[in-house]
Design a protein around this ligand. Sequence first.
Ligand SMILES: O=C(O)CC1=CCC(=O)O1
Length: 93
Amino acid sequence: MLYHVRMDVRIPQDMDAGVKADLVAREKAFAQEVQRSGRWPHLWRVVGEYANVSIFDVESNDALHELLSGLPLFPYMEISVTPLAKHPSAIEG
Ligand SMILES: O=C(O)CC1=CCC(=O)O1
């Protein structure tokens, strides 16, 4: 199943710089591991915002929730999920 996911990052301004750097590094490593697995085929920065738009390809709602809640930045993001279905006019996918 495909999902469009938007993540808005909301790291507290007063977070220790070292803690923040570690969190962001762990987020990157986790995200790249999931991308290499094929379950995160698109990850795009939203221009001008500390936010991303992603496409996930996972087996179920539960699988997506488990993946998203495992992100190191999960406690510091507002996440909105849109499940995707085939469009009848689409010529591929
Ligand atoms: O910076 C972001 O958009 C949050 C994020 C998600 C995956 C990642 O590496 O960073």
